[in-house]
Design a protein around this ligand. Structure first.
Ligand code: NDP
Length: 444
């Protein structure tokens, strides 16, 4: 059996039932094949791949908190510090009932190469809990966050591990977590990113993932003689990534016709009304069913089906495995020319393969949504300098980073004789830097 298959088999054997982790490892290692085969002897001797797929450390802890009725609730908290070869651990905290070790490990593993791809000095990690902030009072969310940080604080720090937001962890949660860290540690340091602007946050961080997704998509389209102007775009999700993707795509002249949440989706043929979307999701924290009350000509559909809408560009921005083979077929049949992943691993392996084989441009999440973590790293730089940069300055840096990511993955794909295969290009470009740093630092 070849080295890559051996490692994939080992990962499955050692981590049964961590399906999302298996999926991410398979996707990454398969696309690293040209590099691994050229260096097989050296990598085997160094056990490089075995070390890459085994986290530096996995922390799992109890999170007890008291709900509004006075009952004690118990959740499970996670922090997986995957690899710090090129910088301090960095990656978000996901708060969602579906969270388990396999999901956190897939996200942490992906984060290693994504962070490397940004060109910034940040290692890979991810964390979270099976806690659902939806439907909880502010006091309950505060109680959870305090308890979560009372354990997590032992393992993180501005130069060690810097968590950030993800699904379910927005400005409110980051604020509560930061307050508790400061209370316990007594230091004012940039230990979290995505902070509020009054206490060390960076301008553009809120918008960064969505804006970055659009900057990269535009760069990819440009390289193939297209642009977003005048295009019809389908977006899934209605959270942080989706909202700012809708905003920037519209600013560049596209018409975004869909958004979704876990219950259903909106089709607004005249273009999603950004103000209405923000009012419902960011201010009132309500469900998307409310949208049609403001926009009676829009249509709400319960359940799936969003990818059957005719569009030129599809941007999955909700969660993992939300765009499957049948969706890829529907997009292709409707003349879609590009898919760029705002979410992490929203497209499964079969669907990705189908899109690529049918000539649809495909930008993987680790490149397309890297604007969030890149701007988090810019927040860390500002915290270290004790300075704040202007919106324009951060936005300019974000644009430059997204352009560089596109060009790096595009060049890597060309170099390994797979021009236009951005999955392969992103994985190889991210991997080369991390593997070199790992080998330079001896065995650890
Ligand atoms: P939010 O919590 O702000 O929004 C998530 C959105 O996706 C909501 O509309 C949510 O609907 C929907 N969603 C979540 N789970 C499911 C599900 N199982 N099925 C269908 N819809 C679902 O999260 P973000 O926007 O921050 O994150 C979205 C994706 O982007 C994730 O994959 C995340 O890892 C990734 N990402 C985020 C970054 C960031 O900076 N925030 C950076 C890089 C990647 P509902 O309200 O019904 O739950």
């Amino acid at each position: 059996m070849d080295y890559i298959n051996e490692v994939i088999e080992m990962v499955i054997r050692k981590n049964p039932s961590e399906y999302e982790f298996h999926q991410a490892v398979k996707e990454v290692l398969e696309s690293l094949r040209p590099v691994v085969e050229a260096n097989e002897e050296k990598y085997r001797r160094e056990a490089l791949l075995e070390r890459l797929v085994e986290p530096d450390r996995q922390i799992i802890f109890r999170v007890p908190w008291v709900d509004d009725t006075g009952r004690v609730q118990v959740n499970t908290g996670y922090r997986v510090q995957f690899n710090n070869a090129i910088g301090p651990y960095k990656g978000g905290l996901r708060l969602h009932p579906s969270v388990n070790k396999g999901i956190i490990k897939f996200l942490g593993f992906e984060q290693i190469l994504k962070n490397s791809l940004t060109g910034l000095p940040i290692g890979g990690a991810k964390g979270g809990a099976d806690f659902d902030p939806k439907g909880k009072s502010d006091r309950e969310v505060l109680a959870f966050c305090k308890s979560f940080m009372t354990e997590l604080y032992k393992y993180i720090g501005a130069d060690t591990d810097v968590p950030a937001g993800d699904i379910g962890t927005g400005a409110r949660e980051i604020g509560y977590l930061y307050g508790q860290y400061k209370k316990i540690r007594g230091t004012y340091e940039g230990v979290l990113t995505g902070k509020g602007l009054t206490y060390g946050g960076s301008l553009v961080r809120t918008e960064a993932t969505g804006f970055g997704l659009i900057y990269l998509t535009e760069e990819m389209l440009k390289a193939h003689g297209h642009s977003l102007a005048g295009k019809t775009v389908a977006v899934s999700g209605a959270g942080n990534v989706a909202i700012y993707a809708v905003q920037k795509a519209a600013e560049l002249g596209a018409r975004v016709v869909t958004v979704s949440d876990s219950n259903g989706w909106i089709y607004d043929k005249d273009g999603i009304d950004l103000e209405v979307l923000k009012e419902i999701k960011e201010v009132r924290r309500e469900r998307l069913t409310e949208y049609v009350k403001f926009r009676p000509d829009a249509k709400y559909t319960q359940g799936k089906g969003l990818w059957t809408v005719k569009c030129d560009i599809a941007l999955p921005c909700a969660t993992q495995n939300e765009l499957l083979l049948e969706d890829a077929k529907a997009l292709a049949a409707n003349g879609c020319i590009a898919v760029a992943e705002g979410a992490n691993m929203p497209t499964d392996l079969e669907a990705t393969k189908y899109l690529q084989e049918n000539g649809i441009l495909f930008a993987p999440g680790k490149a397309a949504n890297a604007g969030g973590v890149a701007t988090s790293a810019l927040e860390m730089s500002q915290n270290s300098e004790r300075l704040s940069w202007s919106f324009e300055e951060v936005d300019e840096k974000l644009k430059r980073i997204m352009k560089n990511i596109f060009h790096n993955m595009s060049e890597a794909a060309k170099e390994y004789h797979a021009e236009g295969n951005y999955v392969l290009g992103a994985n190889i470009a991210g991997f080369l830097k991390v593997s070199e740093a790992m080998m330079a630092q001896g065995i650890w």
